[in-house]
Design a protein around this ligand. Structure first.
Ligand code: SF4
Length: 495
């Protein structure tokens, strides 16, 4: 049952709020953003008529907002709000009102915010920004950044054992008597690959047994079962390219540069030239940047913003992306990547992914090409192909070799044909002075990435629950930095 914001009934002590300076950041944010959209967003996840009275969603959302704004833990934001007049005013309580238990913040994030399309919260804030006329630019900058998982990556055997232990512990906590009915973890024997196969079979059996014993499992048992299914059904697990943490099963290794990797997530971000983040998409660290592009553009257009130009680096300079922009009459100030200059991407071949930082192609099993070469006529004829070579030694043991590698073949390559029209157009465009001038503006999104990571904690994952936890964190962080930027845009001298 919902209990709505009670600040309407101001107490005698609320006179104290007159002491808060009128230019306080939270007062300015409150004047610019109507946070009541959170009610519509979470309403479907409450029982409106039965059950204990739920705390006001807007109050909880505002607490989480303060938490992100000042980079505080759940416990700390509650402690600080008890003694900070501005915080307490902002969340809509009277000075003498009690605050909720910190654990409620985590429950609200996971079960209420996490139950919906969390990206829509950001869209709501940007819509308000557009409606207020704070965005003057029609150019959108797109870039990606990364977040380290707070958990370590492990080898498949450890992941399988850890997942089995976590599921057993959850069952024990739910009903310790059931533990005896679960299959015991055997001693795995033989070579490491053999042990992994045994552990995988054991985890699958354990998961099925738990499902039979608790067909209507809820809470922790249910989430551990989901985790187990994700691990058991992961085709890339035993190739050491799939799930690498039972606690954070969506985190993956990605590349920061040709030589530096990270374990975690990748955020693709769209931002107006005046610094408002219009869309953010979070994916496991191994996903290539361009995949997020259409979604970023879609979410951006849903804010009501009319986009006339997109600025992005060569990771986004693909055939598909440029075609999408051409369709919508948007100027692509985008550096063209090698695939675009020399090849053609089509959706049937997109299981192979080009990584611009390492200049390699990644195959469906997660193997990176070891070298590349231009093949075909060298007389300027545009029928040349760019060919990427893979290590056949790895292909020989690959579980995904069917249809990809012919046993006994001496090489495994992936080629892309050269498309003359695009190459010509790209070269022409890259040589223009206008392109160079505009492309320099990309530094602005790099500054925004720095702010997200170094001032608001996006450098490391903070919540559990894998991808959904990371999406919640990224969207909340984007809302906070947008609110700060809106205050500056609304006060032109500060912008
Ligand atoms: S056969 Fe080779 S190229 Fe094909 S998916 Fe397996 S490792 Fe990758």
């Amino acid at each position: 049952m919902l209990e709505l914001n009670k600040q309407q009934t101001l107490s005698f002590h609320s006179e104290l709020y007159k002491l808060i300076p009128q230019d306080h950041l939270l007062i300015r944010i409150h004047q610019l953003i109507d946070f009541s959209f959170i009610l519509d967003f979470v309403q479907g996840h409450y029982n409106l008529f039965y059950g204990r009275r739920a705390k006001d969603p807007e109050m909880l959302f505002r607490l989480i907002f303060i938490q992100k704004l000042y980079n505080l833990s759940d416990e700390r934001v509650i402690e600080e709000t008890k003694v900070n007049l501005a915080y307490k005013w902002f969340v809509g309580l009277n000075p003498e009102d009690p605050l909720p238990d910190p654990s409620l913040l985590s429950l609200f994030r996971v079960h209420k915010i996490g139950a919906g399309e969390v990206e829509n919260l950001l869209t709501e804030v940007v819509k308000q920004c557009v409606a207020k006329g704070l965005i003057k630019s029609s150019a959108v900058l797109i870039d990606a950044t990364h977040t380290h998982s707070k958990y370590e990556a492990s080898k498949p055997l450890q992941v399988l054992k850890q997942a089995a232990n976590r599921l057993q512990r959850a069952v024990k906590k739910h009903n310790s008597k059931l533990l005896k009915q679960l299959p015991k973890m055997p001693e795995f024997e033989g070579e490491i690959r053999e042990q992994e196969k045994q552990a995988l079979a054991y985890l699958a059996h354990l998961g099925e047994t738990v499902e039979e014993l608790l067909p209507d499992a809820e809470g922790q048992v249910q989430s551990r079962l989901e985790e187990t299914k994700k691990i058991v059904s992961d085709e890339r697990l035993l190739a050491w390219k799939g799930v690498q943490s039972a606690i954070d099963p969506d985190a993956r290794f990605g590349w920061k540069s040709a030589t530096t990797s990270f374990f975690g997530y990748k955020e693709s971000i769209a931002m107006t030239e005046d610094g408002i983040i219009t869309a953010i998409k979070v994916e496991p660290g191994n996903v290539s940047d361009p995949k997020a592009f259409p979604e970023l553009m879609k979410h951006t257009s849903e804010t009501g913003l009319v986009v006339e130009e997109v600025l992005a680096d060569k990771a986004y300079g693909s055939f598909t992306n440029l075609k999408l922009l051409e369709r919508d009459g948007i100027t692509p100030t985008i550096q063209l990547n090698e695939m675009m200059l020399y090849g053609h991407q089509d959706e049937h071949r997109d299981k192979f992914v080009y990584h611009k930082d390492s200049e390699t192609v990644e195959c469906p099993a997660g193997q990176h090409s070891i070298r590349k070469a231009k093949m075909g006529p060298k007389d300027g004829n545009e029928c040349q192909r760019l060919t990427f070579f893979f290590d056949v030694e790895k292909c020989k043991d690959c579980p995904l070799q069917e249809g990809c590698y012919k046993p006994g073949a001496k090489s495994k390559t992936y080629s892309v044909p050269i498309i003359p029209e695009f190459k010509q157009k790209a070269v022409e465009y890259h040589n223009s002075e206008a392109f160079k001038q505009r492309y320099r503006m990309r530094y602005k999104i790099e500054q925004k990435n720095h702010e997200l990571k170094n001032h608001h904690g996006l450098a490391n994952s903070q919540y559990s629950r894998g991808l959904i936890g990371m999406r919640i964190q990224a969207v909340l962080t984007a809302i906070v930095v947008n609110a700060k930027r809106m205050v500056k845009l609304a006060s032109p001298k500060m912008a």
